[in-house]
Design a protein around this ligand. Structure first.
Ligand SMILES: Nc1nc2c(ncn2[C@@H]2O[C@H](COP(=O)(O)OP(=O)(O)OP(=O)(O)O)[C@@H](O)[C@H]2O)c(=O)[nH]1
Length: 419
């Protein structure tokens, strides 16, 4: 790459120190950022991992940590050898198996295994067409922003696992990509496959619709999302965005959905403003089986922090760029180095499909990329509650959305990097 272009494409930013608010988990307990990190302390590390059936996964984390897999990591996507570091991947499909768990005293206490025989826990798949408010609802229920929200359809690409806990329950929510009819790229088909796999584990399903639009059947969403299980899993139709319509209209649409859809129940909500969220929680609780928690109560997600770093940058791209550019972008955290005496160093690549998109992303004299990186860094620092040094590079990989090998590498095959 010529020197000027490299200068424009790679920029690093830093900020003076300041205090950040502590992030609260959904049950109001301050979290210790229990999202898997390569640099956790021993105490937080043990709670980073789902307790049930997690011992093998934990040892994988430790071995990956020792090998510092991200130091100098430069993915050669075309020649990626899957046997290489398979162990550092985290499956998004597996449900932890509580029955085979080997729990120590700390974990037993954390999971309250013995204390409450009426404790309920289970998985909830959040389904719906693009832009209906699935991520907004999931974030509201968890009490923390885990999924990115924009006004553009199809921003959620991965299944986002968020955990909502109370003293006597734990709901594990899968926010899924919007169900789409027309699959333009291999990326779309792989995303839809992930929607289906989320539902296979679900104890109940929420199907969101946009109440401000004309009512429509949800068969297609159920078929795509739950398939042959559609009459077996309890289904709630959530009429979202009720704040956008008049009460009389809500009642009419409610009736229509009750009469003409397969859902077991219908609840109108406004996810954005938090109306009706408790009703949805109560409905879920009535469907979840009795059982102990899968995760310690102060964990809000199983995804590693690097996953959220990439998502925050993707959200900023959606907010700052128009038309097709955001959809052509893939954000990869190439390196995440924790430095005890300096800011954490995060190296990110934004992959686009064409050189013209790269030029738009970078902007004149690198100004657009600089604005993007600054906005993203501030949010990342807020999320991580620490200062970071963010380096962003833009790369072109033609047709990455059609390349199955690359898509798997980018986490669309149901697995993401554990570290
Ligand atoms: N007025 C109103 N807007 C909402 C509500 N819920 C979500 N929105 C808005 O709808 C848009 C889409 O919300 P998301 O939560 O990203 O929707 P999604 O279904 O996850 O979108 P995809 O990523 O396309 O699957 C955003 O602009 C939200 O602010 C609501 O209850 N009322």
């Amino acid at each position: 790459m010529p020197a000027m272009e490299l200068f424009a494409a790679r920029m690093c930013y830093s900020l003076p120190n300041s205090e950040f608010p502590r992030i609260q988990s959904s049950n109001g307990i301050p979290t210790h950022r229990h999202l898997s990190l390569p640099h956790c302390t021993a105490a937080s590390f043990r709670a980073d991992v789902p307790m049930a059936g997690a011992n093998s996964r934990r040892s994988r984390f430790i071995s990956s940590e020792m090998q510092e897999p991200w130091v100098g990591f430069e993915p050669e996507y075309g020649s990626y050898d899957s046997s290489d570091d398979e162990s550092s991947y985290l499956s998004l499909i597996e449900k932890p198996d509580r029955t085979t768990a080997l729990l120590d005293d700390y974990e037993m206490e954390e999971l309250e295994l013995v204390s409450d025989p009426n404790h309920k826990s289970g998985y909830v798949a959040v389904l719906g067409k693009p832009n209906v408010g699935k991520s907004t609802l999931a974030n509201q229920m968890i009490g923390q922003k885990l999924s990115i929200v924009t006004d553009k359809p199809q921003t959620t690409r991965h299944r986002i696992l968020g955990i909502c806990s109370g003293p006597d329950y734990q709901m594990i929510l899968y926010d899924t990509p919007g169900v789409i009819e027309k699959k333009m790229h291999k990326l779309d088909s792989m995303m839809m496959k992930n929607v289906r796999s989320a539902s296979l584990n679900a104890d109940c399903v929420l199907v969101l619709v946009d109440a401000s639009k004309l009512p429509e059947k949800i068969d297609e969403v159920l078929e795509e999302g739950v398939g042959h299980l559609k009459y077996k899993v309890p289904t709630l139709l959530v009429m979202n965005k009720k704040d956008m319509i008049k009460p009389g209209e809500i009642a009419k649409k409610h009736q229509w959905y009750e009469n003409f859809t397969e859902a077991d129940d219908v609840i109108p909500v406004s996810a954005k403003y938090g109306y009706g969220i408790q009703d949805v929680k109560d409905w879920i609780l009535s469907k979840l089986p009795v059982g102990p928690a899968y995760y310690p109560k102060d964990i809000v997600s199983e995804h590693p922090e690097r996953f959220f770093v990439a998502e925050i940058i993707r959200e900023k791209i959606f907010m700052k760029y128009r038309s097709e550019v955001p959809y052509a972008c893939q954000v990869n955290v190439v390196s995440y180095k924790s430095r005890p005496t300096a800011k954490d160093f995060i190296q990110v690549e934004i992959v686009v499909e064409k050189n013209s998109q790269k030029i738009i992303l970078i902007g004149k004299e690198g100004k657009a990329l600089k604005l993007l990186a600054t906005a993203a860094r501030l949010d990342i620092e807020d999320f991580l509650q620490k200062k970071v040094y963010l380096e962003v590079e833009v790369k072109v990989k033609e047709n990455w959305r059609q390349d199955e090998g690359l898509l798997r590498r980018y986490g669309y095959g149901g697995q993401i990097r554990a570290l």
